[in-house]
Design a binder for this molecule. Structure first.
Ligand SMILES: NC(=O)c1ccc[n+]([C@@H]2O[C@H](COP(=O)([O-])OP(=O)(O)OC[C@H]3O[C@@H](n4cnc5c(N)ncnc54)[C@H](O)[C@@H]3O)[C@@H](O)[C@H]2O)c1
Length: 318
């Protein structure tokens, strides 16, 4: 089984690669080669099988043609320009989040290799005048350029799957928290910072009120769900191969309480409450009441509590 992770240098890409190295098999077959592609060749990881890293710009068709081969039986398409970046730079968002997906799908079409292709979408595909709760069949109604580009990606993944050009499946990731490392250009970046920085003894800014509700999943569970999603047969996915990944709805206050339950009262004192209208404008369009019944029925899971997210960060990522 040859596996390619596009966006393999990113946060989820690297975590997924390490988990695959540990697991050693996928879809019932031993992994024989793993390739990690990103804008610049990603860090190599230790694995019991050969790991290659390569530079690939998915907005460039020739670069995609060189990176994606007929031997890649499973392709994870994780590369993206994240939300605040896509909002600030419409061209960058379109080039990567729309034409980048199209280039990869067209490459698969040209190869006629029918790979399993796992696409990471976002909850930002939902919004506007759509009633709660958000069900699997709720109309996509994005209110940001990032959400619109991810929605278009979902339609492409569905159509190429329906035509038998790929065995596609897409998962709308909840906000992944606690994300290790530095803040990024996602509007949701503060949702990890307010836990991660205080746990590291540093100050963090919270730009929304404690009662702000959102939908979360730990990185560890996200990777397990992507692998579970890879294992599914096409017939199990139904007529819309893209679905919401299970998560848990929490207020900022509940997340901070969970941090306090796991790590004591000191970290919460390092949070500074400071309104940021530009961030609030984006995140207030996001929904938090999801019913991911399809993914749950297919064996994907949410974390049991936000305490788990905090513990996973301390045990695996800090
Ligand atoms: N982390 C989250 O909370 C979250 C939530 C919803 C959806 N997602 C989606 O999950 C996927 C992975 O997210 P992540 O958190 O690992 O993000 P990330 O930013 O850490 O990783 C994305 C990777 O894509 C690469 N990339 C960007 N443009 C590229 C290009 N032109 N060619 C090749 N590679 C390019 C980046 O260099 C980066 O390494 C993305 O598709 C993202 O939209 C993430």
């Amino acid at each position: 089984m040859n596996v390619l992770i596009i966006g393999g240098g990113g946060f989820i890409g690297q975590k997924l690669a390490r988990r695959l190295a540990q697991k050693g098999e996928l879809r019932g077959k031993p992994i024989t080669r793993l390739r990690l592609a990103d804008l610049s060749a990603p860090p190599v990881i230790d694995a019991p099988f050969p790991v290659e890293t390569l530079a690939c710009d998915i907005s460039d068709r020739a670069s995609v043609d060189a990176a994606v081969t007929a031997e890649d039986e499973v392709i994870y398409h994780l590369a993206a320009v994240v939300s605040a970046h896509a909002e600030a730079d419409l061209d960058a968002g379109l080039q990567v989040n729309l034409f980048g997906v199209y280039n990869v799908l067209e490459r698969c079409r040209a190869l006629q290799s029918n790979p399993v292709l796992v696409f990471t979408s976002s909850l930002a595909v939902f919004g506007g005048e759509v009633p709660d709760p958000i069900e699997d069949w709720t109309a996509l109604n994005p209110q940001s350029s990032y959400g619109a580009q991810k929605a278009m990606g979902e339609f492409l993944v569905n159509d190429y799957s329906r035509r038998g050009l790929i065995r596609g499946r897409g998962f709308r990731l909840p906000t992944i928290a606690v994300r290790p490392g530095k803040p990024n250009r996602a509007a949701s970046s503060f949702m990890s910072s307010i836990i991660r920085e205080p746990l590291n003894g540093e100050e963090a800014i919270c730009p929304v009120a404690p009662d702000f509700l959102h939908y979360y999943l730990s990185p560890k569970r996200c990777v397990e769900n992507l692998i579970r999603g890879t294992e599914l047969e096409q017939e199990q996915l139904g007529q819309n191969v893209c679905m919401t990944m299970p998560g848990q709805t929490r207020t900022i206050g509940q997340m901070i309480d969970a941090m306090t339950a796991v790590a004591g009262p000191e970290p919460a004192k390092l949070i500074r409450w400071e309104e940021q209208p530009e961030i609030q404008r984006i995140v207030s369009t996001w929904r938090f009441d999801y019913r991911p019944e399809k993914a749950l029925a297919l064996g994907l899971e949410a974390d049991a509590s936000f305490e788990e997210n905090v513990r996973f960060y301390l045990e695996e990522d800090k």
